[in-house]
Write a protein that binds this ligand. Structure first.
Ligand SMILES: *[C@@H]1O[C@H](CO)[C@@H](O)[C@H](O)[C@H]1NC(C)=O
Ligand SMILES: *[C@@H]1O[C@H](CO)[C@@H](O)[C@H](O)[C@H]1NC(C)=O
Ligand SMILES: *[C@@H]1O[C@H](CO)[C@@H](O)[C@H](O)[C@H]1NC(C)=O
Length: 422
């Protein structure tokens, strides 16, 4: 997640034994002992609606927890209080001292550097949120077990102080940090490839750790786009994000007139494009957003009735909203919005382009907002592709080849073929 767009959410987890590909396994176990490599690729089923969540077990004896799967965050964290996770009921739980490399060099990419508690000499970590709230806790280690994989010691933030977000009210016990930073779950477990497919229909999905071609009995038509790396650190560039190059946007067949300079990071690093499973909707920098807003409005004139309330901005960033009569389906003729990445395209269609705002009525109409938001209003210095626009796309993060793959897939059917019937 990006700190300014954290949206907590509900989840459920199921999993099944994965089939192995011995060739791939033997190659990889020789190189790096890891969660993904010591054993067959691991498939998990997850549910989503506002965030993607997976269930896993933590500690000894294992405690079941649900965590948000977040490719935009580094440090995993758990709420270390009843009824989420009880650190002192776990014999494998251990807090980390300030003198540990995990509190120092390994923590270099965290958005807020850890502090040292001068009384306890424990490493203190903090999280901050869009609403300016923050919470703190202790950096700690315990055994995490995802699906049928072996449990591995994992460093995480054991969050104790009062936490003002609605995560408190949901079943979510924490967040699994999946970016490329030194303390992420991915890095700690040496996972080099993982992918997921989120169904558009029933809020379910599949998460797969490892190479899909060795586990999935059908071919997934991936197109890949290279991960963007920069040589030198820049203030607004998140070097541990999954950053890709957006080259253009089409609405229907119309290519938006967006100058290339707006789509590439500038000298401050602002303007990178991140694929982020921890953010719900997508955000575009102002000039690109304005071009999209104007062309989408133009092409849907006559199909959709504008809300026409300049002060109405959903979640502070979504200011293109419409009135649609209750129980009337979204018109099928709405043009798709195509995100053109270098080497791969993602097409966002129909109901994924509009989101019904809960509790808003205008006469007999419901209020629906366009699901692309303006980064400048948040504010956010990046393009963010959220998970709402990754529905019915198999998304693969491949660190060995430094690329992200996208394949249009009916994820509900794919889940069924993998034995996760509904
Ligand atoms: C999320 O899912 C729950 C349970 O299926 C549902 O009640 C709720 O309305 C959903 N929330 C959103 C924002 O879609
Ligand atoms: C944890 O989840 C597993 C798998 O769903 C289940 O078999 C086990 O009984 C659960 N344990 C607890 C303590 O709830
Ligand atoms: C530092 O540790 C002490 C002893 O465990 C604790 O009482 C105190 O609240 C901690 N300070 C902070 C700022 O968390």
């Amino acid at each position: 997640m990006t700190t300014s767009t954290f949206i907590p959410f509900l989840f459920i987890l199921l999993f099944s034994a994965a089939k192995s590909n011995p060739v791939i396994l033997s190659l990889r176990t020789k190189k790096i002992p890891s969660l993904a490599l010591m054993k067959p690729p691991n498939k998990l089923l997850f549910h989503h609606n506002i965030s993607l969540t997976v269930s896993l077990s933590v500690g000894t004896p294992p405690q079941n927890v649900s965590m948000v799967l977040d490719t935009g965050s580094e440090l995993s964290w758990l709420l270390c209080s009843k009824p989420k996770f009880h650190p002192f009921a776990s014999s494998s739980y251990s807090p980390i001292l300030c003198s540990s490399p995990s509190c120092r060099s390994q923590a270099r990419d965290l958005p807020i550097p850890p502090n040292c508690n001068s009384t306890s000499h424990l490493c203190q970590v903090s999280l901050s949120y869009a609403d300016a709230s923050s919470s703190s806790g202790t950096l700690a280690t315990d055994r995490f077990r995802l699906g049928n994989s072996p449990s591995l010691p994992t460093i995480f933030g054991c969050i104790s102080s009062s936490y003002s977000s609605s995560v408190e009210d949901s079943n979510t016990a924490g967040l699994l940090g999946m970016n490329r930073g030194a303390l992420s779950f991915i890095t700690q477990t040496s996972t080099r490839r993982f992918s997921y497919c989120i169904s558009g229909r029933d809020s379910s999905g599949v998460l797969l750790l490892g190479d899909p071609s060795s586990t999935v009995p059908f071919s997934i038509p991936f197109n890949y786009t290279p991960l963007v790396e920069i040589a030198l650190p820049l203030p607004y560039f998140d070097r541990v994000a999954y950053s890709v190059q957006l080259e253009g946007i089409r609405v229907g067949s119309v290519l938006l007139p967006i100058p290339k300079s707006v789509l590439v990071p500038d000298h401050t690093g602002a303007g990178q494009t991140m694929v982020d499973s921890g953010t719900q909707f997508s955000f575009l920098l102002g000039p690109a957003y304005d071009a999209l807003r104007s062309e989408f409005s133009r092409q849907t004139r006559g199909l959709l009735k504008l809300l026409n309330e300049p002060d109405f901005v959903f979640q502070g960033a979504f200011d293109l909203c419409f009135r649609i009569p209750e129980r009337v389906p979204i018109p099928r003729q709405i043009p798709p919005v195509v995100l053109m990445f270098r080497g791969a395209e993602v097409s966002v269609t129909e109901e994924r382009l509009l989101y019904k705002v809960a509790g808003e009525r205008r006469g007999l109409d419901a209020v629906w907002c366009f699901t692309f938001g303006n980064s400048d209003l948040v504010p956010l210095e990046a393009y963010v592709i959220g998970h709402h626009h990754q529905q019915n796309v198999w998304v693969e993060y491949d660190l060995d080849k430094s690329r992200v793959g996208f394949a249009p897939v009916r994820c509900d059917l794919a889940s069924q073929k993998l034995g996760f019937g509904n």
